[in-house]
Design a protein around this ligand. Structure first.
Ligand code: ADP
Ligand code: MG
Length: 396
């Protein structure tokens, strides 16, 4: 059992110069000036987590994603008890975490920088924490062999970390946490040093492991492709703020704001800052340059129920839904790039770069760089954002 809940959690790191790590008044003053110029500095320090409310359900596989510096590592370290909150509270199974010392939390953290003992064999690395706990030898042996089997390391037990591949070393690191039988597994960008093929493989092993253990997994990654494919819950962060939390399908299909819409999805969503929303006889339309799209009934209903007024909006269309069509906005082809069965076509439309993804079989011989095409989209595929706040006009 381990559900995690953040209530109004805030984390501010004090400036390093105030922590007494820098000696000499001039140096300390210079360091302070430098840190205060950081975008998220306050008078007390660097804000890593703004007021945050978050529920991580027991047994879920939750992925934290967002650009580097958005606060993922901080959030994991707070859960593990390696950092303390500046304000607010963290609950583990309903108990305030401030009352639980880190060594009683039963939480394991695997990070990108592995902490394997280079002079010990895989077997001894795996057995290490159990020996400290003075478990009987046969019990240690049983647990080590079970972990090795789960992770496909049976043949490697007498090797040292230096004799293993990157993927195998990462498996040993996971094995070390597995052996402790924690109730929460935290992963901090654990596979970013591995080659793509090994990454894909170890990722699917991690999913399988989660399925068989049924424990809470929290996984941080700045790679949105990994984020979309790995977990059953996705949390998108920016600058210490949670911008959206939901299932991967919800976050992809119904991005709550322009940031999430732009961060999740490759190629990136196309944005038009000069779109106009109009209402005609109970129907909503969005127009942009030559494009005129009637919103689907469902989307119109949401706008009507929220009392959205006609006016300027930001229009967003994912590349797979911005397609060459008989009518639409005119755009000039810049280049084409074929990726097996899909082709990415890059366009220029009045200074805005646009991307359209079409099945390669539909690409016509005349679509060459320099030619102009018309691009259209369906009313149920468009996203609209408030030009001031960036919030989606469709989210509640
Ligand atoms: P991420 O893991 O998403 O890249 P981090 O949680 O590491 O983000 O960092 C969030 C913010 O907190 C960044 O602005 C970073 O510079 C700052 N930060 C992280 N750790 C410390 C620290 N120990 N002292 C001061 N600032 C820190
Ligand atoms: Mg990090």
């Amino acid at each position: 059992m381990a559900a995690i809940r953040l209530e109004g959690a805030v984390k501010i790191y004090p400036f390093t110069s105030l922590k007494g790590r820098i000696f000499g008044r001039k140096k300390a003053r210079e360091a302070l000036e430098r840190e205060k110029r950081q975008p998220y500095a306050t008078s007390e320090g660097v804000i890593a987590l703004r007021r945050t409310w978050l529920d991580i359900p027991d047994g879920s596989f939750t992925v934290l994603t967002g650009p580097s510096g958005c606060g993922k590592t901080t959030l994991l370290r707070l859960i593990a008890g390696l950092e303390s909150l500046t304000d607010g509270e963290l609950y583990l199974d309903g108990r305030p975490a401030s009352s639980i010392p880190p060594n009683e939390r039963n939480i394991a953290l695997v990070s990108q920088n592995l902490a394997l003992y280079p002079h010990l064999t895989v077997y001894d690395n795996l057995a290490f924490s159990l020996r400290i706990r003075r478990l009987p030898r046969h019990e240690i042996d049983e647990k080590v062999r079970l972990a090795a089997e789960t992770l496909g390391l049976e043949g490697k037990l007498d090797k040292r970390p230096g004799e293993l591949s990157g993927g195998e070393r990462q498996r040993v690191a996971i094995g070390r946490t597995l052996i402790r039988d924690p109730s929460v597994f935290l992963y901090d960008e654990p596979f970013s040093n591995l080659d793509p093929k090994t990454r894909a493989q170890i990722r699917s092993e991690l999913r399988r492991l989660h399925g068989s253990l049924g424990k809470t997994f929290v996984y941080a990654t700045h790679d949105q492709t990994e984020a979309l494919s790995l977990g059953d819950r996705l949390v998108v962060m920016e600058n210490g703020l949670i911008r959206q939390a939901g299932t991967p399908a919800e976050v992809y299909g119904r991005p709550a704001n322009r940031f999430t819409a732009g961060f999740i999805g490759t190629p990136r969503m196309n944005f038009f800052d000069d779109a106009v929303l109009t209402a005609e006889g109970g129907e909503y339309w969005v127009r942009c340059r030559g494009l005129k799209v009637r919103l689907s009934e469902e989307r119109s209903r949401i706008l009507a129920s929220k009392g959205v007024k006609p006016g300027r909006v930001v229009l967003g269309i994912r590349p797979v839904y911005l397609r060459p069509s008989p009518a639409g906005l005119e755009a000039r082809i810049l280049s084409l790039s074929v990726n097996w069965d899909e082709t990415h076509i890059f366009f220029d439309s009045g200074g805005t770069e646009l991307i359209s993804v079409v099945p390669s079989g539909e690409v016509q011989a005349g679509w060459l760089p320099g030619t102009s095409l018309l691009l259209g989209a369906e009313g149920r595929r468009v996203h609209l954002f408030d030009p001031e706040t960036g919030a989606s006009l469709f989210s509640s």
